[in-house]
Design a protein around this ligand. Sequence first.
Ligand code: AMP
Ligand code: MG
Length: 320
Amino acid sequence: MAYCQTAPMSDPFRTTVEEAAALLRAGKLCAFPTETVYGLGADATNADAVLSIYETKGRPRFNPLIVHCADLAMAERLAIFSPLARKLAEAFWPGPLSIVLPLRPGHGLADIATAGLDTVALRVPDHPLALQLLRAADRPLAAPSANPSGKLSPTTAEQVRRGFAGRVPVLDGGPCKSGVESTIVAVDGERLIQLRAGALARETIAETMGRPLEQVKQGAAISAPGMLLSHYAPNANMRLDTTPMPGEAYLAFGKLAPHNSLIRNLSESGDLHEAARNLFSMLHELDAMGAKVIAVAPIPQTGLGEAINDRLRRAAAPRT
Ligand code: AMP
Ligand code: MG
């Protein structure tokens, strides 16, 4: 091709920090390097952008995502830092430590980013390009590993490109230092609880902080009220794939919703993207309205419907 004979002014396949920031600000996805693995980034304040992460990864579940910040100041606008939490952040940020903290009122994050929880996992990554990108985008970025669901986490830009068959732009920062995901720690009053082992060693955290780092089994509840490990569930009991009985609240989907005073419709037009965007806020609303039982309309098991149904099934499962 004639095109290849002269060197182009700029490599059309190389995304710059400015281009990546512009994409993210426009609600598009862009993968970027961190010191752990490559992340599939989206504006964490934009619900549609965060939903594209799920669609692009083909992730069948809504897990809360780690929200990446440029610095402690950005993080403090999103969550409430106790003195202990601030000490932890100052000791290890930027670095491979995600800290789970209570959301600050007015935080502006999409609830799909925190999967409806009242806490958020925050991290300042230790990678010059990631930090430049976060500053240029000037907003927090949700970023799970940049691989299709079920595949290995990528540690090079080439792996990301191949994983998504070139459909996702990548900010190339060379190979990642660590290849291991961040350690996740929840600050619960004066306790530090490790929710996931990762690149930052437990002993290092315990020694630096001068207190033990408790371990929690995946799925166990943390003692503080409302601070479940990672899954929001409404207070009401749930009945799935059904229509409401008298006195029950109804989470509808599609046009043919029966008359009901305690009703929210995930999407009147039957749009799964809209339904996913509404899922957590509508469950919260029905809960706040005092629903004892929430009947849920059938939701197709295609596209984002898989993740919606997964979350509903888990919310409907018997509580221990
Ligand atoms: P990933 O971004 O895919 O590396 O994984 C994020 C992990 O962080 C999930 O597996 C969650 O269990 C955990 N996580 C994120 N936010 C929270 C939170 N608010 N509370 C507890 N765990 C969280
Ligand atoms: Mg992953």
